[in-house]
Design a protein around this ligand. Structure first.
Ligand code: NAD
Length: 250
């Protein structure tokens, strides 16, 4: 699978992350199918993409997206509860709940249904990619990567691309090309068994530990820790719930 071969992308799980991921892929011109497990879930996903806080209607109203681009997004995204509708996808991006057994069950099923040349990726926040990939065939493991987006995806451009020792360079190049076309800021990171969180969530967890320790040791109040980080480093939100920046969802 080369980068120019990616035409149809399957997003598995159309929740907070899957909906946002589908939206930025469609903005870039990719045909996307969102698969979720119930009619209600796919309807919620459609609703969020069209009418939601970060959706296309509001993006047009705020002058962040052209009307034609919004129509393109709506036309390019299909919704389904039938996993067979992903069979001809060139790339899969999984965004189901953060539980190893759920992700492995999803990928095991996909492996038998989606064409053998397709690339599989997981938007896990930090699970070990090689461990998730134990659910698929050895051949597919060469086309199995992490693709970690940040919430809300239409606003936060980060994309960590997580590579494994088994990963094929063509698959890596193709995923990098899709992320770049979708206007993501790409950080490459190696998968590391025994860890959780890649770059973003490891650094954040380390900082959060220090923040808690400072408060536990009685050195500063939670409010003053948050204030220091927000005013000294321009963080949009602090560890203890104080926030500024992009709004209530943070
Ligand atoms: N929310 C965040 O801030 C954030 C940020 C980065 C990464 N992530 C990661 O993204 C993934 C999804 O998180 P989310 O916040 O979007 O969760 P969510 O609960 O909003 O969405 C998960 C969706 O998956 C669906 N689902 C469950 N089982 C499924 C199956 N077998 N097939 C298809 N769909 C299924 C659910 O119905 C739901 O719509 C997790 O791994 C999470 O760690 C989340």
């Amino acid at each position: 699978m080369q980068k120019e071969d990616i035409k149809h992308i399957g997003v598995v799980g159309g929740g907070v992350m899957g909906g946002g991921i589908a939206q930025v892929l469609a903005v870039a011109g990719y045909r996307v199918t969102i698969r979720d497990i119930s009619e209600q879930a796919v309807e919620d996903s459609r609703q969020a993409i069209v009418e939601g806080k970060w959706g296309v209607k509001r993006a047009v109203e705020k002058g962040k997206m052209g009307f034609d681009n919004a129509l393109q997004v709506i036309e390019l995204i299909s919704y389904s509860t039938d996993i067979q509708d992903l069979s001809d996808c060139d790339l899969i991006i999984e965004a189901v709940p953060e539980k190893m057994e759920i992700k492995q069950a999803v990928f095991s099923e996909l492996d038998g249904i989606v064409k053998p040349s397709a690339i599989f990726t997981s938007n896990t926040s930090g699970l070990v990619i090689q461990e998730i990939a134990e659910a698929v065939s050895a051949d597919r493991r060469q086309r199995f990567l992490g693709m970690h987006f940040s919430n809300p995806v239409p606003v936060m451009t980060m994309c960590e691309i997580i590579t494994t020792p088994q990963a094929d360079q063509n698959a890596i190049d193709a995923v990098v090309a899709v992320a770049a076309a979708s206007k993501r800021a790409i950080s490459m990171v190696r998968d590391a068994p025994g860890t959780y969180g890649f770059i973003l969530n490891r650094v954040f967890a380390a900082a959060a530990r220090e923040a808690r320790k400072i408060v536990e040791d009685g050195l500063a109040t939670p409010e003053d820790v948050d204030k220091a980080m927000m005013t000294g480093r321009n963080w949009p939100a602090g560890f203890f719930g104080h926030r500024g920046g992009i709004g209530k969802q943070w």
